[in-house]
Design a binder for this molecule. Structure first.
Ligand code: SAM
Length: 226
């Protein structure tokens, strides 16, 4: 089981080399996710697990991007490079847990979560929080590797899963399980990156009825109405 301290430990270790290992190789997925946003002037965009900020230059200069992450070391790299006048779209880079977002309900016009769904200890809580802080109908783009269905890749992922805490992600995290946790299907699924080994999922924030929103967040979501 992943927990926040193992996530922080893993990304403290990855931070100095992260851009070299996970930079270009999965950049196509970042571009595809960001291009799924509308990006109208003044839109407030939330990026969950912003890491070293590799996606930040992809946003248009007229939006306001808030990035959150739990790794101090990953954020330090992002802040050093992107919190300046050259990137007016970067509004804030905050140390914050995606499972407990410190933003009001219905605040953001769009949200992206790139390569974080299989890292965060409780992906269901993360998605509930994302939908809570996103405006009804707002796009939510999630890109991630999900477990292969069969073959050699499947057996390697199952073996690697024993080392999830050290690796800093769950190699056996399946798309079916993720969708089951969320409680409704994505509007679109697209294969991205080398060999289509990663998937881009597009969700639209459900419309929330106040009474249902409370009971749903307390009990887990079982349908498209949060
Ligand atoms: C694989 S990296 C992806 C970084 C970035 N999105 C990218 O495209 O390179 C996963 C990131 O998610 C962050 N993360 C994991 N759990 C988190 C949580 N509960 N809240 C916020 N960030 C989290 C990690 O610290 C790490 O920076």
């Amino acid at each position: 089981m992943m927990d926040l301290s193992s996530v922080r430990r893993a990304y403290r270790f990855y931070a100095p080399v992260y851009n070299y290992i996970f930079g270009r190789i999965v950049d196509e997925g970042r571009r595809a996710a960001v291009s799924g946003l509308r990006q109208q002037a003044g839109d407030r965009i939330l990026e969950i697990g912003v890491g070293t900020g590799l996606s930040l230059p992809l946003y248009q200069s007229h939006v306001e991007v808030t990035g959150v992450d739990v790794s101090t070391e990953m954020l330090q790299i992002a802040r050093r490079r992107f919190l300046n006048a050259k990137y007016p779209q970067v509004k804030a880079l905050l140390e914050m847990d995606a499972q407990e977002l410190d933003f009001p309900d219905n605040y953001f016009h769009g949200t992206v979560a790139m390569y974080v769904a299989s890292v965060v200890p409780d992906p269901q809580k993360m998605m509930q929080e994302i939908f809570r802080v996103s405006q009804p109908g707002a796009p939510v783009l999630v890109v991630n590797h999900f477990a292969s269905e069969k073959g050699l890749a499947r057996s390697m992922e199952s073996k690697l899963a024993h080392f999830s805490k050290r690796l800093g992600f769950r190699p056996d995290f399946s798309l079916d399980h993720f969708v089951e946790l969320i409680g409704f299907e994505p509007a679109a699924v697209k294969a991205v990156n080398i060999g289509g080994y990663w998937k881009l999922l597009e969700f639209h924030t459900p419309h929330k009825k106040p009474a249902e929103a409370e009971s749903c967040c307390a009990n887990g979501c079982s349908n498209g109405n949060l």
